[in-house]
Design a protein around this ligand. Structure first.
Ligand code: PEP
Length: 265
C-alpha cells in the first residue's frame, strides 16, 4: 500500500468544537488566510479545512466566497434525516446549501456525550453522501479498548459498522483519533498511527473497493501540534490530521498546514 500515498492530497482539518462565535470566526478565517498567503501555501498540495460551529457557517461561507479563499469548510455533525420534526438537528441539505465540502461524523465527543451508536453514525454517513458532503468519519479506541483489544480492533470495527451499507467507490475521509490522545497532550506515536491507519486501509478495500480505498485520506487526530505533525506525515498511510485544540491557535494551525516545510526537522 505504501507508494499509493502520492495520489492522495493531504488534508489538514481544524475541528473548532464549541469555540469562536460567528464574529470571531470571520476574524480567525481572515487571519488564517493571510497567514497561509504570506507563507505562499500551495492549496493544491495540502488542503486546509475548518469546521466551525453551525452558527458560524454562513459567515465563513460568505467570507470564503467573497474573498475567493481556497480554504474548505464543513460542519461538525449532521442529522441522519433530511428534514422534519427533529428539534435542534441540522440537515445535510442545509450544510450543502451553505457550500460545505465536508462534515465530521462520529467524533468521540458525540459518541460519548451524545451516546451516538455505530448504527446512527452509519445513517449519518449515508445522509452526508446523499447530500453531496464528504464525511470525515472519526474512529478510535479508548485506553481500556487498547489494553483489552489491542490497537486496531475497535477502530476497524467502528469503520466496518459505519460503512456497512456504503456503496463501492464512495468519497470519504477517515480520521483515526485514539480517544486517549484527544485533548490529552499525549499524542500517539507516528508508528502507532501508521499501524492503525494501515489496518483501516485494508478494511476499506473490502468496504468500498480497492480504488476508493487507495484514494481515501486517512487522518490522524489527537494532540497534533506544529512540533509533532511532521512525524505523522512521514508515515505512508497517514494523509493528514484532524486538529482540535491547536486549530484555534492561528500560528500553530498555520504551521501544521505547512508541515511540508518542516518535514525532516
Ligand atoms: C479532536 O477533537 O478532533 C482532536 C484531535 O483534539 P486535540 O487536537 O485537541 O487532541
Amino acid at each position: 500500500m505504501a507508494g499509493m500515498s502520492t495520489t492522495r492530497v493531504p488534508l489538514i482539518a481544524g475541528n473548532w468544537k464549541m469555540n469562536l462565535d460567528h464574529l470571531q470566526s470571520i476574524a480567525f478565517v481572515q487571519k488564517l488566510a493571510w497567514s497561509l498567503k504570506d507563507a505562499k501555501h500551495g492549496f493544491a498540495s495540502v488542503e486546509v479545512a475548518v469546521f466551525p460551529p453551525f452558527t458560524d457557517l454562513r459567515s465563513v461561507q460568505t467570507l470564503i466566497s467573497a474573498d475567493k479563499l481556497e480554504l474548505k469548510f464543513g460542519g461538525q455533525d449532521l442529522s441522519a434525516y433530511d428534514s422534519g420534526a427533529y428539534t435542534g438537528e441540522i440537515s445535510g441539505a442545509f450544510l450543502k446549501a451553505l457550500d460545505c465540502d465536508y462534515v465530521i461524523i462520529g467524533h468521540s465527543e458525540r459518541r460519548t456525550l451524545h451516546h451516538e451508536t455505530d448504527e446512527e453514525i452509519g445513517a449519518k454517513v449515508t445522509a452526508a453522501i446523499k447530500h453531496g458532503l464528504v464525511p470525515v468519519l472519526c474512529v478510535g479506541e479508548t485506553a481500556d479498548d487498547l489494553e483489552t483489544h489491542g490497537p486496531s480492533a475497535v477502530p476497524v470495527a467502528q469503520l466496518k459498522a459505519a460503512l456497512a451499507t456504503a456503496a463501492k467507490g464512495v468519497d470519504i475521509v477517515v480520521a483515526y483519533e485514539p480517544v486517549w490522545a484527544i485533548g490529552s497532550g499525549k499524542a500517539a506515536t507516528p508508528a502507532q498511527a501508521e499501524q492503525v491507519a494501515a489496518a483501516l486501509r485494508v478494511a476499506l478495500v473490502d468496504l468500498i473497493g480497492q480504488e476508493a480505498a487507495d484514494a481515501t485520506r486517512i487522518l490522524y487526530g489527537g494532540s497534533v501540534k506544529a512540533s509533532n505533525i511532521a512525524g505523522f506525515m512521514r508515515e505512508p498511510n497517514v494523509d493528514g490530521a484532524l486538529v482540535g485544540g491547536a486549530s484555534l491557535d492561528l500560528s500553530e494551525f498555520s504551521s501544521i498546514a505547512q508541515f511540508q516545510k518542516h518535514v525532516g526537522t
